[in-house]
Write a protein of this length. Sequence first.
Length: 87
Amino acid sequence: MAFTWEPRWEKVKIESYGIVIHTCRDRITKMIACPICVNAAKTCLEQSSRTDYKPSYMFFFTPEDLIHHIRNYHAMRYLKKPLNEKL
Ligand SMILES: [Zn+2]
């Protein structure tokens, strides 16, 4: 048996460790979505986005967990790329 739900998005401003992140949060569960994985600019922030991709749902209970995810997953992946792929 699988459980799924369609998130009901709201905008949220996260502040932790001196970092400010604008992203989406599910109104019902109050779980915070990763702004990169969910493509927050298009999903809930009503901004234009340079990139268009299918959002994947990566949720966190606390701002600290979200920051650890961004640092360990997105930032480290970027830093490990060869220089010519970053351009
Ligand atoms: Zn992410």
